[in-house]
Design a protein around this ligand. Structure first.
Ligand SMILES: NC(=O)c1ccc[n+]([C@@H]2O[C@H](COP(=O)([O-])OP(=O)(O)OC[C@H]3O[C@@H](n4cnc5c(N)ncnc54)[C@H](OP(=O)(O)O)[C@@H]3O)[C@@H](O)[C@H]2O)c1
Length: 287
């Protein structure tokens, strides 16, 4: 089986390569070797690679910048997803498309199920939802869409690395405690994607690590794990603050816990608590 990973230099793209099961031949491509917004050049790459599966882990992921440049975000997150779905249909390949908790408004008091009504509150969320719709319109019941949230890994920019840097530089940090989600190690998501492909499942699914946290809880855990692992030598004070004291360009969902039961059942998987996954990631970057 041949799999084309698009967005291969990103957090998830790197983990997909590291976790690829034996017997699968992967081709890993990222911008500028592949540009999913350019349908003609994309077609040339797809013809050359002739994959059985395409995994779309490419995206415009800068949530705040997207508010300033919606066309760019739309081009990658919607047009790019649509182009890949058209290519998958043309060559009779399967597509795994990755999406986000930002398609929901965050007003729920229970975990979001895959078929709950979306209501994105940001340009990024809207463009990702438009990408999902394009994939579903083209591939219909053959589409496989996996939404995830609060992703981090040892590659790329993410909350864990930002915290580790700030904890070295500052004596005190203030972190939002009224946005709730599930921190998710990209490594676990990558393994889940391979398992879902192996089962050949179709539809819309959710995946995050188990458990929930606020950004404040996550920051406190990062400091604890980093001190245990010897990455940080001294503890600083971390203070909880409400969202209105840390304003950002884009609105974030205040509750973005995803119900992943249908993927756990369909792929026969179990999820690992986010705190244990965080420990794995921190241990990984100490070696
Ligand atoms: N990060 C999160 O917290 C989070 C949360 C929920 C869902 N997700 C979703 O999970 C997926 C993976 O996210 P991630 O964090 O791994 O993203 P990431 O680290 O930002 O990686 C995305 C990759 O896509 C590439 N890319 C951008 N435009 C492209 C184009 N036109 N053609 C080809 N490649 C292009 C980027 O290249 P450049 O760096 O050169 O732009 C980058 O290497 C995305 O669908 C994202 O929406 C992420």
């Amino acid at each position: 089986m041949k799999v084309l990973i698009v967005g291969s230099n990103g957090q998830l793209g790197c983990e997909l390569q590291r976790t690829c099961p034996s017997g699968i031949k992967i081709s890993a491509k990222d911008y500028p070797d592949i540009d999913i917004t350019k349908d003609k050049s994309l077609k040339l790459v797809i013809d050359k690679e002739a994959p059985d599966w395409i995994i779309n882990s490419a995206a415009y992921t800068n949530v705040d910048d997207a508010e300033e440049e919606p066309e760019k975000a739309h081009a990658v997150n919607c047009e790019g997803a649509k182009n890949l779905a058209c290519e998958a249909l043309r060559i009779n390949a399967r597509l795994v498309h990755i999406s986000t908790d930002f398609v929901f408004n965050g007003n729920n008091c229970r975990p979001y199920k895959p078929l709950d009504p979306p209501d994105p509150q940001s340009v990024y969320g809207k463009t990702k939802l438009d990408g999902e719709s394009a994939v579903l319109n083209i591939l219909k019941e053959d589409a496989l869409i996996i939404r995830t949230a609060w992703l981090y890994s040892s590659h790329g920019n993410n909350f864990v690395y930002t915290m580790l840097r700030l904890m070295k530089e500052k004596k005190e940090l203030t972190i939002i405690d009224d946005q709730i989600g599930s921190p998710t190690w990209a490594n676990g998501l990558a393994k889940t994607i391979w398992a879902a492909m192996e089962k050949g499942i179709k539809g819309i699914f959710h995946w995050t690590d188990a458990g929930v946290a606020s950004w404040y809880d996550f920051a406190v855990a990062i400091q604890d794990e980093a001190i245990d692992a010897g990455i940080l030598s001294k503890r600083i004070s971390i203070l909880p603050i409400p969202t209105e004291q840390y304003l950002t360009q884009a609105k974030r969902p205040s509750f973005s816990v995803l119900d992943k039961r249908n993927l756990l059942d369909a792929a026969g998987l179990s999820s690992v608590h986010w705190r244990i996954q965080l420990r794995h990631m921190i241990r990984e970057i100490t070696h």
